[in-house]
Design a protein around this ligand. Structure first.
Ligand code: ZN
Length: 62
């Protein structure tokens, strides 16, 4: 089980993929939507939409 590096909440595979996309592909610490959103000033809803768009685009991280 992987937890958010900032708040300790369990992160989903989508959140892991998005951390890699936003920070870097070799990331070894991961963040939940709320903490990614706080860091990049993006809402959780916008991050979830980003995952859907990236998945539909065939991104290999999702
Ligand atoms: Zn978090």
């Amino acid at each position: 089980m992987i937890c958010c590096s900032r708040c300790g909440k369990t992160v989903s595979s989508d959140e892991i993929g998005l951390t890699k996309k936003l920070i870097n592909r070799g990331a070894t610490s991961f963040f939940c939507y709320a903490c990614l959103g706080a860091q990049f000033r993006i809402s959780t809803e916008a991050l979830q939409k980003m995952v859907i768009v990236l998945r539909e685009a065939g991104c290999t991280l999702f």
